[in-house]
Ligand binder design. Structure first.
Ligand code: PMP
Length: 376
């Protein structure tokens, strides 16, 4: 038998996904768990979107599309982008989920040894995709208040720095940086001639003030967004990117030879989704955030999140593994912070669940905080 391990490419060795897998393996053994670990909305795709998806399939719209997307969707995204930013050189295209767009951006721009700055805590995909492209991850800590410190970014910039990735609202913290914080980072990237990639997948989920895109302050920004979270379409794989023309041409060249296109029926459904009002769903999520924060405030240290559907409390005792083990012993699922961070000091709660589950979660989390296991 060949040594299959020796077949595995070096570029895959610098990251792994075993932490998340271990979590889900453990959880699979639980019966009716209080599951606060899921990174997707608990509501279903709205009916009109589903109807269009089914209709598109029935109508035989099942083949390849142009890699940049069907005109009915791409043109609509372009019009929205033009209206939002009014940039002369900003072209939109459709991709296979936000993940697809992020990956294309990194593949299109990162040479071996290039440095990519992002903020810790971070979406777990960032270091992995940078590694896959042969780049070097430079994580900038935002603990304890999760504010973006432009001075720290400036200090981290070297002649190898090629890209900064910003994510607002953030996974896993739910934090929406202030306009000033975003402006400072955007202007720094512009001044230094560094590519800024803005992951705005949670842009619809903001609760205290409207979402602000980094592209408002830096016309060169690569903006990546998608339908996964906004319309509960995570399994349908549709996202979009807008960026300067030269970068888009390169990303499309890569997309043509990798993901090819987002599934055609999904693209037709996404075009309909853009006209669906999601404000009631967002209002419900705001109420869930408030319910959860209120329930945990006496037992956990939390920086109040302004968006997404996550809360990122400090561990009340012990390390992430000990805490998650205790949570699982109490039939509760949360994600340890070291999945999203170089620090092992926090954990992520997703409140994209029924209110009754949030209530059970609060009760169990408060009990766990007050009762550290012996020896911790
Ligand atoms: N960016 C962030 C910050 C995310 O949390 C996620 C999904 N968890 C993605 C990108 C990827 O989303 P998609 O399903 O559109 O690929």
């Amino acid at each position: 038998m060949p040594d299959f391990d020796s077949w595995v490419a070096d570029r895959t060795r610098g990251f792994d996904s075993s932490g998340i897998r271990r979590m889900f393996d453990l959880a699979a053994k639980l019966e009716d768990p209080i599951n606060l670990s899921i990174g997707q909305p608990d509501f279903d795709v709205p009916e009109t979107i589903k109807a269009e998806l089914i209709q598109a399939i029935e109508d035989g719209k099942n083949g390849y599309t142009a890699t940049q997307g069907v005109p009915v969707l791409r043109d609509k995204i372009q019009a929205q982008t033009d209206q939002q930013f009014g940039h002369d050189d900003r072209v939109a295209f459709v991709c296979s989920g936000t993940s697809g767009g992020l990956f294309l951006a990194v593949l299109a721009m990162i040479n071996s040894g290039d440095e990519v700055i992002y903020f810790d805590p971070y979406f777990a995909m960032y270091p992995a995709m940078v590694e896959m492209a042969g780049g070097k991850s430079v994580a900038i800590s935002t603990y304890p208040d999760f504010k973006l410190d432009v001075n720290k970014v400036e200090a981290a910039i070297t002649d190898k720095t090629k890209m900064i990735i910003l994510n607002s609202p953030s996974n896993p913290t739910g934090i929406c940086p202030s306009d000033e914080e975003i402006k400072a980072i955007a202007e720094l990237a512009h001044k230094k001639g560094i590519c800024l990639v803005s992951d705005e997948i949670y842009s619809k989920f903001t609760y205290d003030r409207p979402h602000v895109s980094a592209a408002k302050f830096n016309p060169d920004t690569v903006v990546v967004d998608g339908f996964s979270k906004s319309y509960a379409m995570t399994g349908l794989r549709c996202g979009y990117v807008s960026a300067p023309q030269t970068l888009v041409q390169t990303m499309l060249k890569i997309q043509q030879y990798t993901f090819v296109c987002s599934p055609q029926p999904v693209q037709w459904a996404a075009a309909v989704a853009m006209d669906v009002d999601m404000s009631q769903y967002v209002a419900n999520y705001k109420a869930k955030r408030d319910r959860l924060i209120d329930g945990l405030k006496d037992d956990y240290e939390i920086v109040k999140p302004g968006g997404a559907f996550y809360v990122y409390p400090k561990l009340p005792w012990g390390n992430g593994q000990q805490f998650v083990d205790e949570a699982i012993a109490n039939n509760l699922m949360v994600i340890p912070g070291n999945i999203f961070s170089d620090s092992d000091s926090h954990f992520r709660i997703s409140y994209a669940v029924d209110d009754a589950v949030i209530e059970r979660g609060i009760e169990t989390l408060c009990k766990i905080a007050r009762n550290p296991p012996a020896g911790v």
